[in-house]
Design a protein around this ligand. Structure first.
Ligand code: NAG
Ligand code: NAG
Ligand code: NAG
Length: 355
């Protein structure tokens, strides 16, 4: 756990440095610097090539990749009604000190999955609206994409999106989150709570709060999420907000079944019930009713072909809704309005949901 704390603090420091300071830091060989953050914590400044992420046994000989070589770099610009959410270091990075159960495909899931096996997917993404949700202390509500391949017991999976998870973050803010496992949930973790994810951006790290939030019937704010495999190195990059923010990557060594693309990609939400069995709200807290300003929407769903071309989901899709009494999913297919592309709306109020 100490390791994690150090990494978070390290990143915090990076974020409080100006670009010129960073240049100096990264040009030094021996980086045993001690600094004070704005919050007054004394932390050690370490070389990007010695970051704790690299302590992972699979990454012994891993060389940090600074710039991705991604062929799909951006989504089309449009005259959106949805604005982009911001993410920044408004407050100290939260430190997850309470272990919480990992989200798995066995939890409450509302999702659209593209299972077309002839299409090796080198990544994909979309834009999901972000809401302010009231979630109980031991519930969790996530809204994300999944990249996954392999047998269930040893599945390789990367998840990224936004979630509200009081046990992980100590608050009910909507935050950017990531999750990975290379071995059917036996390894891996959320955000940077274990070694594995290599942080590269100095602006954004997984776990950042997102704001502002959308309101029912009002302004809509969305998070742009892309995960893409660099075809030269095989590393899986996380690109958010604007195509220019390359947060970092998961080295290919972590994923036995994601060495060369993925078979499945999915978009949707995950809920963890509290100990009382009550389901958390998901999305806007309202089921889809056809109005895009009522339920959460996930639009511009796409996946990346071998040559970098972005394509919409195929016609071999599975729609899955657990607890349809409290959650819903509507597939709107291609939506012309606001050039939304392939769009789903999903979520619901949660509540009593047994059975
Ligand atoms: C970084 O280097 C530049 C040029 O050498 C210098 O002007 C600047 O003051 C340095 N910054 C720090 C924080 O040392
Ligand atoms: C369609 O999806 C099913 C379910 O995952 C899968 O078994 C099948 O191989 C897929 N078919 C094609 C043509 O990709
Ligand atoms: C979320 O809701 C809470 C309580 O209603 C409010 O205090 C807070 O400002 C909201 N946050 C955002 C980002 O809208």
């Amino acid at each position: 756990m100490k390791l994690n704390v150090e990494l978070v603090l390290l990143l915090l420091l990076f974020l409080s440095l100006s670009p010129s300071e960073m240049a100096n830091v990264s040009s030094e060989d021996d980086l045993d610097l001690e600094r004070q953050t704005r919050e007054g914590d004394t932390i050690d400044c370490v070389d990007i090539n010695n970051q704790p992420a690299l302590d992972h046994p699979l990454l012994k000989n891993h060389k940090v990749q600074i710039e991705p070589n991604l062929r799909v770099t951006s989504l089309r610009k449009t005259s959106l009604n949805a604005k982009s959410v911001r993410s920044g270091l408004r407050e100290p990075c939260p430190i997850g000190t309470v272990p919480i159960r990992r989200v798995t495909k066995e939890d409450l899931v509302v999702s659209l999955t593209d299972n077309m096996v002839e299409n090796t997917k080198y990544g994909g993404g979309g834009c999901v609206t972000v809401y302010n949700l009231t979630v109980a202390h031991d519930q969790l509500s996530a809204h994300n994409i999944w990249i996954e391949s392999g047998p269930r017991e040893h599945i390789s999976m990367i998840v990224a999106g936004w979630m509200v998870a009081p046990r992980l973050y100590g608050d009910t803010l909507s935050r950017l989150f990531t999750y990975w496992t290379g071995d059917g949930y036996h390894n891996g973790c959320y955000d940077v709570l274990c070694s594995g994810f290599v942080q590269v951006s100095r602006e954004v790290i997984p776990s950042f709060p997102l704001e502002p939030c959308s309101t029912y019937g009002g302004s809509q704010y969305e998070l742009v999420i892309n995960i893409e495999q660099d075809r030269n190195t095989g590393n899986w990059w996380l690109v958010v907000l604007h195509a220019s923010i390359k947060v970092g990557y998961w080295p290919k060594e972590l994923f036995p079944y994601l060495r060369d693309g993925s078979l499945h990609i999915a978009w949707g939400g995950i809920g963890l019930t509290g100990s009382d069995g009550i389901c958390p709200p998901m999305g806007s807290g309202h089921k889809p009713d056809g109005n895009f300003k009522h339920a959460a929407i996930f639009r511009r769903l796409h996946w990346a072909r071998w040559d970098g071309k972005s394509l919409p989901p195929s016609n071999n899709m599975t729609e899955w809704v657990d607890r349809s009494n409290v959650y819903g999913l509507v597939n709107h297919h291609h939506v012309k309005k606001y050039r939304s592309g392939y769009t789903i709306s999903f979520g619901g109020p949660g509540g009593y949901c047994s059975g």
